[in-house]
Design a protein around this ligand. Structure first.
Ligand code: FES
Length: 64
């Protein structure tokens, strides 16, 4: 995993989520902010915790 000061990067994981890493600042709809080293965004459409991946892609056989 990347360290906090590395450049941001986006990786499409085969048959899984999009990994966004490199000190990602997340801003909520009410102005709250926090920073993550990496986040995983759902691209199969089945996560119960969108926009984040919850692992559902494994059970639904997502290919992409
Ligand atoms: S990509 Fe993991 S739950 Fe959708």
């Amino acid at each position: 995993m990347k360290k906090n000061n590395e450049k941001p990067s986006i990786l499409f994981i085969e048959n899984g989520p999009i990994q966004v890493s490199g000190s990602v600042q997340i801003s909520g709809q009410y102005g709250e902010k926090h920073t993550e080293e990496a986040i995983y965004l759902c691209r199969c459409g089945e996560s119960k915790n969108k926009p984040y991946c919850d692992g559902s892609h494994k059970a639904n056989g997502f290919k992409g």
